[in-house]
Design a binder for this molecule. Sequence first.
Ligand code: SF4
Length: 112
Amino acid sequence: MPRSVPQLPAPVSEEWDWQLRARCRNMDTNLFFPRDDEGHGARARRERAAKAVCARCPVLQTCRLHALRAREHFGVWGGTTEGDRNRIPIDAYGPCRSSVIPAARAANEQSG
Ligand code: SF4
């Protein structure tokens, strides 16, 4: 018996559309993700700069919710660092969902 329409997963494009409006789209992903050799001071400066980009992003809330639900372990998402996200209680944002790549990384991969 075929599955009914409501049982089918949402089209992938609907999961990704918010990234098309991301302010970090086409930006260098190094601003949002830590490097292995990054010192504490450099990391703090980079995270502040990334958060400043996020603060003016039209999809900040969607991005943050994605990062929380996908359990994104690294990087600045929706104006939060991994440390910020770890301090938010899990039951504040719902069940885990599959991960998608951040807008900046997606744009770089498309152009590269
Ligand atoms: S990381 Fe998220 S909130 Fe920050 S600029 Fe990119 S899409 Fe917007």
